[in-house]
Write a protein that binds this ligand. Structure first.
Ligand code: GLN
Length: 447
């Protein structure tokens, strides 16, 4: 598959031909279920769009039954930016319902397969975007990351996935899961493409009150020769599988060989991250999903009266995982439990943030696993708790609002890719991309 950088140089005729071929390829591999709809808006280079990002006059469903029939009345800011930069929105990719999940199995449209081994999950929630890029069915894609949903599927499918600093990319037009954690970001075949796409979608937006008033760009200044101080986390990686530990050692060697300095640091036990994240995320999700009542958006199931219509619509429209989280979110916000759970989670969130700030006083980047192992087989994560616990390496980054990029390091013995992530301090995307590019060059892993 051609890269985004190459595709941006195609003339109109070649580009149209490319898009026709791409459509045919996607249709020929419908079994993968990476896309839930193939359509195109705009004349430019085709970028696959996760099904929770609004493209005007297109259906957008966040992988849910409750939004069947809903048509976007406007473009998300990232789509406006893409269209004016010579890109087009091409196809909607499958995802866990409302981005809740780590495997893309909770989608109303059924599961997406991992193109590297179709018995394995592609990761989630942006599993459709990752599978599309990894299978050569997209040049690049947009995903969203609330607690790892860009970085983890990227790692499971062997591609690059980047989560920007909170506030760098406008959330206007992104279907909200947990508003204080969500960020849209690029999923690409290589680091340079991720930088190019990040530059296109990032920047200040007055339509998003949490948008940072910053517009600096990275791709023209990419510099893989900078020598950086990189923190490694010997204690943190103890919970990872042997293959992840091996990849971690390999990445450290590659960083050293490129002249970077390695420093050992520690983070607190990730069990606190998981508790703080699942309390915060479900509390915000409960609030965000309250709007889906059958009156204003999408699907409605008529009941005996208004209240019954709400109940029927929501009971019928939401899947099990979403309902579980609505229950959990209401519980942690309810009077009597609010202080014990929600307020405490916010305190833990502060501690996590401070811990990172302290580490970044001394280093430029942190090298961390993104998932405890390679992509699990379908059905391997048997209960929701197993799935939540598997997020141990991804979610503190969102709680702290930091930028992070996951890139493939090597293949495990079973042939599945192993990805790791680099984490930078807030707003230091330049260093993040520079370090990632250096590592990518040294490792020579090709998606
Ligand atoms: N797996 C995490 C969750 O289910 C993260 C999902 C995401 O980043 N959207 O909440």
């Amino acid at each position: 598959m051609i890269t985004l950088k190459e595709a941006l140089k195609l003339n109109k005729e070649d580009l149209n031909k490319f898009k026709e071929d791409l459509k045919a390829k996607i249709e020929a591999d419908s079994e993968l279920n990476a896309y839930i709809d193939v359509n195109n808006v705009g004349d430019g280079v085709p970028i696959a769009i996760k099904d929770n990002i609004q493209v005007k006059d297109w259906s957008v469903t966040s992988g849910s039954n409750i939004l069947q029939g809903y048509i976007s009345p406007y473009n998300a800011t990232v789509i406006e930016k893409m269209l004016s930069a010579g890109l087009s929105a091409f196809g909607r990719t499958n995802m866990d319902e409302f981005a809740m999940g780590s495997t893309t199995e909770s989608s109303f449209y059924g599961k997406t397969l991992n193109p590297r081994n179709r018995d394995c999950v592609p990761g989630g929630s942006s599993g459709g975007s990752a599978a599309a890029v990894a299978a050569g069915l997209a040049i690049a894609a947009l995903g969203s990351d609330t607690g790892g949903s860009i970085r983890q599927p990227a790692a499971f499918c062997g591609i690059v996935g980047m989560k920007p600093t909170y506030g760098r990319v406008s959330r206007y037009g992104l279907g909200a899961y947990a508003s204080s954690l969500d960020q849209i970001g690029p999923m690409t075949q290589n680091v340079e493409d991720a930088a190019i796409l990040y530059d296109i979608i990032s920047g200040h937006d007055e339509k998003d009150s949490t948008s940072a008033n910053m517009n600096d760009k990275v791709s023209d200044k990419l510099d893989a020769s900078r020598k950086l101080r990189v923190a490694v986390l010997p204690k943190h990686i103890e919970n990872a599988s042997d293959e992840v530990k091996k990849a971690y050692a390999q990445a450290i060697e590659a960083l050293k060989a490129s002249g970077h300095e390695i420093v050992e640091k520690e983070l607190m036990d990730a069990k606190f991250d998981i508790s703080a994240y699942y309390i915060t995320a479900t509390a915000e999700a409960t609030t965000n999903l309250a709007r889906y009542d059958g009156i204003r958006y999408g699907n409605r199931v008529d009941g005996k009266n208004l209240e019954d219509t709400f109940i029927q619509t929501r009971s019928n429209g939401f899947g099990d995982e979403v309902k579980r989280r609505i229950l959990l979110g209401n519980f942690v916000l309810s009077s009597g439990y609010y202080e014990a759970y929600y307020v405490k989670a916010q305190k833990v969130r502060h501690i996590i943030k401070d811990e990172y700030v302290k580490i970044f006083e001394d280093v430029d980047l942190i090298l961390s696993p993104i998932a405890p192992g390679t992509a699990p087989k379908f059905g391997e994560l048997k209960n929701p708790m197993d799935m939540y616990l598997s997020d141990l390496y991804s979610i503190s980054v969102n709680l702290a609002g930091l930028p992070a990029l996951s890139l493939p390091i090597c293949n495990a013995q079973n042939g599945m890719p192993v990805g790791l992530q680099l984490i930078a301090k807030a707003y230091d995307e330049q260093t993040l991309f520079d370090g990632a590019l250096s590592l990518e060059k040294k490792l020579g892993y090709k998606a």
